[in-house]
Design a protein around this ligand. Structure first.
Ligand SMILES: NC(=O)c1ccc[n+]([C@@H]2O[C@H](COP(=O)([O-])OP(=O)(O)OC[C@H]3O[C@@H](n4cnc5c(N)ncnc54)[C@H](O)[C@@H]3O)[C@@H](O)[C@H]2O)c1
Length: 265
């Protein structure tokens, strides 16, 4: 299927991460210019490795000024930003069950990155997209945001809030033919997923601890009907499809790419 995205510009926020980089790769494969925005030291090198014209900008999503500067830099270079994909995210790094295992002070950083970062990016993109009367913005949420996951309450609550915010964005931008959606992974091998395993293991006695591989295999079989890891490239395929004209009627939706973990009527 030709997605007709050639020569458009995609900005992938959190683009140095596992899923973000796979999404960037898919947009690059469609012939887009791609900007990676991430605070990871490898951001610029990862942009250089993409198979299209790309740039990497190191910046922190929790600083609105840095986000705006990132958008300005991308616009100065290519004069347009057509698609934004917000993939930056972190967990608390602690095992959150029951919720009082965590301190209230464990919440703000998780919210700042998963939720407020997305707000900063939406604000930075909206004015530009409205002027153009076109564009898409796609947020990475999580199954955790739909099921009250007890593993990491600040994370699941932030992802739930992100879904709600995405719906507001979709409604507010719809009159300008700008679409907003969310992709919801279940389990993808990444630093973030590994941190969930690590946090749980630290609370277990030595004899009950499991390797990451054993833990993940058991968990996937338990939670996912298809019983396998989601591969990062699946998110690239769906993100590029959502950015394309083939998805012109799709806005305000959460697309679960989770092996069937969450099913709604
Ligand atoms: N991996 C999974 O199983 C899984 C499951 C559900 C949801 N998700 C969501 O998918 C998205 C991508 O996750 P991933 O698995 O690729 O994780 P990842 O850890 O590989 O990538 C996250 C990226 O976010 C960047 N980031 C973090 N804080 C930042 C900040 N303050 N400013 C700029 N960049 C920042 C990191 O540097 C990293 O590159 C996240 O939103 C995550 O919550 C992942």
């Amino acid at each position: 299927m030709d997605l007709h995205l050639k020569n458009q510009v995609a900005m992938v926020v959190g683009g140095a991460g596992t899923i973000g980089h796979a999404i960037a790769n898919s947009f690059a494969g469609e012939g887009c210019q791609v900007c990676l925005f991430d605070n990871h030291p490898s951001t610029v090198a990862l942009a250089d490795s993409l198979p299209s014209t790309a740039m990497g900008i190191r910046g922190d999503v929790t600083h609105y000024e840095a986000v705006k500067q990132g958008f300005d830099q991308c616009l100065e270079t290519w004069n347009r930003i057509d698609h934004v994909i917000y993939t930056a995210g972190v967990g608390s790094g602690k095992f959150g069950f029951p919720f009082w295992n965590l301190e209230p002070s464990d919440w703000p950083r998780v919210w700042d990155i998963n939720m407020m970062g997305a707000v900063h990016v939406a604000h930075a993109f909206a004015r530009h997209a409205i002027q153009n009367n076109s564009g898409t913005i796609t947020f990475l949420t999580s199954v955790a945001g739909q099921i009250g996951s007890q593993t990491d309450p600040p994370y699941s609550a932030a992802k739930a809030a992100l879904i709600n915010f995405m719906q507001c964005v979709a409604k507010d931008l719809a009159p300008y033919q700008v679409r907003a959606n969310a992709l919801s992974p279940g389990m993808v091998q990444s630093d973030l997923n590994r941190s969930v395993w690590q946090a749980g293991q630290e609370l277990l006695p030595e004899e009950k601890r499991q390797s990451y591989e054993d833990w993940a295999e058991a968990k996937i079989k338990h939670v996912s009907p298809l019983g396998k890891w989601q591969n990062p490239a699946s998110f690239g395929s769906m993100a590029t499809f959502l950015a394309s004209e083939h998805a012109q009627h799709i806005t305000g939706q959460v697309l679960n790419i989770d092996g069937g973990q969450v099913m709604h009527a």
